[in-house]
Design a binder for this molecule. Structure first.
Ligand code: FES
Length: 156
């Protein structure tokens, strides 16, 4: 299912140099790779392992330990639809349906053009605004299915 990624050697070197090509900064290096690619591509982890002389298993251990890291391809923009109780009561499932219709993806999936990833979360802590959606951390409250397409249009 995963497509072959073209490894951008220059980009990897730039990130490694930024962190002195040192295993001491492995977490920071992984953060920068994730920021660049929106996930941690296996091909790049293999290259990092080789250049830092760190076993690939250790890199995978860190990549799976921290929740902020993901090994699956992700979109440029992350949509979180809150499925906490207050948001569910106020119609969050209809918001998910609207995003699914708009982008043809289900929660946990990424659009083919890698533009959006859809996820659900449990209570974003602003229940007064239910139903709540965030895109790249930006909060949208009292979202209706009709507003979904307008919100998504703001992101390219
Ligand atoms: S339940 Fe959605 S913000 Fe609390």
């Amino acid at each position: 299912m995963s497509e072959q990624l073209v490894v951008d050697e220059e980009k990897i070197q730039e990130i490694l140099h930024r962190w002195e090509t040192s295993p001491r900064f492995l977490v920071e290096i992984l953060q920068d790779i994730q920021e660049e690619y929106h996930y941690l591509p296996r091909e790049i982890l293999i290259e990092v392992s080789r250049q830092l002389n760190v076993p690939l298993s250790r890199i995978y251990h860190i990549a799976t330990f921290f929740k902020a890291f993901t090994l699956e391809p992700r979109g440029k923009h992350l949509i979180n639809v809150c499925m906490g109780t207050a948001c569910q009561v106020k119609g969050a499932p209809r918001i998910i349906d609207a995003v699914e219709r708009e982008l043809a993806i289900k929660p946990g999936e990424t659009t083919k053009d890698r533009k959006f990833t859809l996820e659900t979360v449990r209570c974003l802590g602003c229940c007064g605004l239910a139903p709540v959606v965030t895109v790249d951390g930006e909060v949208y409250g009292q979202v209706t299915p009709a507003k979904v397409s307008k919100i998504l249009k703001k992101y390219d």
